[in-house]
Design a protein around this ligand. Structure first.
Ligand code: ZN
Length: 103
């Protein structure tokens, strides 16, 4: 149970970090997130919390549930593309592998 929770926490943190990097870089935010990015983060968090597959799911990119709405999926994809490589440099521990490659 607790490992489930910590994995979820980790995924949320990773998403948070990526959206943060994206918003700072793309929307010139110094602190906090712009409303759009905050909305995206809320959406991602909700999806992660409600994902019916949870621990068993392969990777979101291969997830059979396809829980992201198309427009949100486009947004998060843009965020990953932008923030992924940057995050690997800045935060080697929280690598974006899970989100990036779909391996
Ligand atoms: Zn933003």
């Amino acid at each position: 149970m607790s490992s489930n929770h910590s994995k979820m926490e980790n995924e949320v943190k990773t998403a948070e970090l990526m959206i943060d990097i994206f918003c700072h870089g793309q929307h010139s935010r110094r602190d906090g997130l712009c409303p759009e990015c905050r909305g995206l983060l809320d959406y991602v968090r909700l999806r992660l919390e409600r994902c019916p597959l949870r621990e068993d799911k392969p990777k979101c990119s291969k997830c059979s549930v396809h829980c992201y709405k198309p427009d949100m999926r486009e947004k998060i994809r843009a965020v990953m593309k932008y923030a992924g490589p940057r995050m690997l440099c800045r935060h080697p521990i929280l690598s974006g592998r899970h989100y990036l490659s779909g391996e």
